[in-house]
Structures are given as structure tokens and as C-alpha cells.
Design a protein around this ligand. Structure first.
Ligand code: ARG
Length: 460
């Protein structure tokens, strides 16, 4: 019989089969947590010494060994082994190889169950910080573009039909607002990430006289998890992060869809710079908006991971279960996807070329000032429903003439209502329509300027 080579226990007399070894091992992906694992171990060892559970000499050896391992990993010299299952056991074994007996004391009062979730929290709080910074960079790119387009008029759409003329900057600021909420959600989630599970050990706590608050202080956690069972089994913070990322990606997919439409020759509103497009191997005229298309596509994997994590936790009995090893790959992929997406999106937005002329021409084409004519009649004393009917008839007539409402003669317009006079033309222009919506949150140039000012102030 082969010798037992299991790292966690002498209880077993038979070796693990190769297939189970591979199935069980997470080191291929969780080695990404190595630096956080070492950070957590240094704090744990520091606390063990402060509490006189290990000696100062032990702490010194452990610290020296862990720092050496850090260097080995950073320089790519560290040898990861799937026989050692995961990042935690790989590092612990190497520590013992380097420093001998003191290395074997590191795991006192600790379990991989509280260790792994501590690592994930240390990792995720950095991811969240970075995401917030990246969201702000994209918001800055939005504001730079919006600053140049306060008076650029485009057709505002509902049901993808021309609705009312709006300022392009106003449209851009809608995305600024969505990103503000995305940012707030990440900030809010930080509170629930930054709580220390260590000290829960396997699930019930430990009989050693540990000082969890001290470890929290060393690792800059705001608080200590209040229940040891919850501490090792909670993955809410990962699910919540994934949800926040899904909503962020959903917002970016909406904008991507618009960028794709706007850059098609049917719209011709914008041009995405060459670096963000590809050509076709068969159709020489093509310039494909691959980047926004991919962003639109990537929301699928982020949403898929959210369903994975929710399903992973569904019906899991307390406390830790090995199922939770499956939490890592989705979370890493979500973090990488949103980081790449935010980076590339900010650059793409900075390079957008905008065709004011096409936007205005499109707004002019679609009877986008019809509501303004109705409002004009209401101000002259007509009930709104009646005015709506009158304007519908005028639009129907203009369509037969192939012209805009503003291009009809006053005499013709008066056939639809005698209360129309020369002043009507002011409200039928695109600019007149936009300028009339001059209130907080509206699209008038002044209101947009004020919104931009508020937005800039939020980012300083
Ligand atoms: N690799 C494991 C995970 O990712 C670490 C915790 C394992 N704990 C255990 N009792 N087997 O969840």
C-alpha cells in the first residue's frame, strides 16, 4: 500500500486517488490569494505572540519565513503543488520547510475555514476600492465630453422612436447618475466586507486566549464578526459584490447598445476611434464597434456568476462546506471583467467623435417639437387632451407635405387652431423646445450647465 501523503491529517491510511486530488485542489486559482494569506498569517502570528501562545522567537522565525515566501512568490520561484491542495497549505508547508518547528505553530487557534474567508475579504476590499476609482475615471471622461456638448441637440428617444429634443450633455449625464449609484453601492458593500472572521477557527471559536480585536486592528478591519458560525459560512459579501458588478455592467451594456446604434450609418451620430473598432476580413467598407459589443456581451458572464454564487449558497447548511471553494473563480472573473471594462470604456469615451449636425438633423426630422406645440396651445387656454388631438392632425398633415411643423405657413397652422399666432415658431424650433424645459433635472442648457457643475463638484 502507498504511504499516506495527506497534508491535513494522519487519520487516513490510504492515499487520495489522483482524480480526487485534482478535483479537490484549488491551488491553480486560489494562489491568487497568496499575498492576502501571508498578510493574514503575519497578523495571526503577531497576535499569538502578544497573547503568549507562541514565543517571540517563534514569531521572529515565522515572520522571516513568510517574508521569504512572499519574495519567492513575487519572483515566480515558488513551487505550487496540487498535492498540497490549496494556497493555505502550500504556504504553510513551505514555511515549515524554511523555518522548521515554529512554522508548525502558525496554525494554532486557526482553521482554513476562517483563514480562507479572511483572505477573500482582504482581496475584495482592494477590488472594491479599485472599482470605485475606475468608476470615477469613467465619470471624468463623461464630464469632459459633456462639457463640450451642452448645446448639442439630439433626438431624445422613447420606444426607440423620436420623442423630444434634448441636450447631448443631458443624455451623457444620465450615465453619470447611474455610475454615481453604482459607486454608492460599492461603497456601501465595503462596510460588510471589512469585518474580520478570523478567530472563528473551524466554526465554534477556539480554546486559546486569542485577541480578535487586535488582529482586526493589524489588518485594518473595522469590526470583528460577531458569530463564529456565521463568520466561516457567510458569503453574502461576495454575492453582494457580484450584484453590484452586474448592475454596473448592465448600465454599461445599455450605453454600449447606444454607442453601437449611434455609430451605425443609419444614425451617424458618433464615430468610435479606430483603435476601438475592427474591420471585416471580407467587407472592406466595414468598421465594427467590437469594444461596445463585447461589453454588451460580457454582462452575460457577470450575471451568470451572480446566479452561480446565489445557487452555491442556496440550501447550504451551516457552517463551512467545501462547496464554498467554488466561490473564487466567479469572483475573480467578475473583478477582472469589470476592471478591464471600466478601463477600456473610459478610454473609448475620451476618443469619441461627435457629429452635432447628424444629431440635430435627426432631431429635426422626427416631429420632436410636437409636444411643444401642444403645450403652446394649452398655454393659450386649450385643455391638454384637445391640444394633443389638434397637434396629431397637424403632424399628419406635415407628413403628407414631407416637411417639419416649423416649416408650415402660419395660415396653414391656423387651420388647425385659430389661437395659433406668429409666436408659435419660437416654440417649434429645436432650441426653443430644449430651452423651455428649464427646471432642476431638465434639459434646458442652463439646467444642464448647473447639473454639470454639481457633477464636477461630486468628483473633487
Ligand atoms: N480551499 C478551501 C476553500 O477554498 C479552503 C478551506 C478548506 N477547509 C476545509 N475544511 N477543507 O474553501
Amino acid at each position: 500500500m502507498k504511504k499516506n501523503t495527506k497534508k491535513w491529517s494522519e487519520r487516513f491510511s490510504e492515499p487520495t486517488s489522483e482524480i480526487v486530488k485534482r478535483f479537490n485542489a484549488s491551488v491553480a486559482f486560489d494562489q491568487r490569494l497568496a499575498m492576502y494569506d501571508i498578510e493574514g498569517s503575519l497578523a495571526h502570528a503577531g497576535m499569538l505572540n502578544k497573547q503568549k501562545i507562541i514565543t517571540a522567537a517563534d514569531l521572529k522565525s515565522i515572520t522571516k519565513g513568510l517574508n521569504q515566501i512572499k519574495k519567492e512568490i513575487q519572483s515566480g520561484k515558488f513551487k505550487w503543488s496540487i498535492d498540497l491542495e490549496d494556497v493555505h497549505l502550500n504556504i504553510e508547508k513551505r514555511l515549515t520547510d524554511i523555518v522548521g518547528a515554529p512554522g508548525k505553530k502558525l496554525h494554532t487557534g486557526r482553521s482554513r475555514n476562517d483563514q480562507v474567508t479572511t483572505d477573500m475579504r482582504l482581496y475584495l476590499r482592494e477590488v472594491v476600492d479599485k472599482s470605485i476609482t475606475q468608476i470615477e475615471a469613467l465619470q471624468r471622461a463623461i464630464l469632459t465630453l459633456a462639457d463640450q456638448h451642452i448645446t448639442t441637440i439630439m433626438p431624445g428617444l422613447t420606444h426607440l422612436q423620436i420623442a423630444q429634443p434634448i441636450s447631448f450633455a443631458h443624455h451623457l449625464l444620465a450615465y453619470f447618475e447611474m455610475l454615481e449609484r453604482d459607486k454608492a453601492r460599492f461603497q456601501e458593500s465595503y462596510k460588510r466586507i471589512n469585518v474580520l472572521p478570523l478567530g472563528a477557527a473551524a466554526l465554534a471559536g477556539t480554546s486559546y486566549p486569542i485577541d480578535r480585536k487586535y488582529v482586526a486592528k493589524l489588518l485594518k478591519f473595522d469590526a470583528v464578526m460577531a458569530n463564529s458560525i456565521d463568520a466561516v459560512s457567510d458569503r453574502d459579501f461576495l454575492i453582494e459584490f457580484n450584484f453590484d458588478a452586474s448592475l454596473l455592467m448592465t448600465h454599461l451594456s445599455r450605453w454600449s447598445e447606444e454607442l453601437i446604434m449611434w455609430s451605425s450609418p443609419f444614425f451617424g451620430f458618433i464615430e468610435i476611434s479606430d483603435g476601438f473598432c475592427t474591420g471585416s476580413s471580407i467587407m472592406p467598407q466595414k468598421k465594427n464597434p467590437d469594444v461596445p459589443e463585447l461589453v454588451r456581451g460580457k454582462v452575460a458572464r457577470v450575471n451568470g456568476h451572480l446566479v452561480s454564487l446565489l445557487t452555491l449558497m442556496k440550501s447550504q447548511p451551516l457552517a463551512y462546506n467545501k462547496d464554498n471553494q467554488e466561490d473564487k473563480e466567479p469572483v475573480f472573473d467578475v473583478a477582472d471583467t469589470i476592471s478591464d471594462t471600466l478601463n477600456i470604456f473610459a478610454e473609448m469615451v475620451a476618443g469619441l467623435k461627435v457629429s452635432k449636425e447628424s444629431m440635430e438633423a435627426a432631431a429635426f426630422k422626427g416631429y420632436s417639437t410636437a409636444t411643444d406645440l401642444a403645450d403652446y396651445l394649452v398655454k393659450k387656454g386649450m385643455p391638454f387632451r384637445e391640444a394633443h388631438g389638434v397637434v396629431a392632425k397637424a403632424v399628419k398633415y406635415a407628413i403628407t407635405q414631407g416637411c417639419d411643423l416649423s416649416e408650415l405657413d402660419l395660415k396653414v397652422l391656423q387651420k388647425f387652431s385659430t389661437s395659433i399666432d406668429q409666436s408659435v415658431f419660437k416654440c417649434l424650433t429645436l432650441k426653443g423646445s430644449v430651452q423651455s424645459r428649464n427646471h432642476f433635472g431638465g434639459t434646458a442648457f442652463g439646467a444642464v450647465k448647473a447639473a454639470l457643475k454639481r457633477a464636477h463638484e461630486k468628483l473633487v
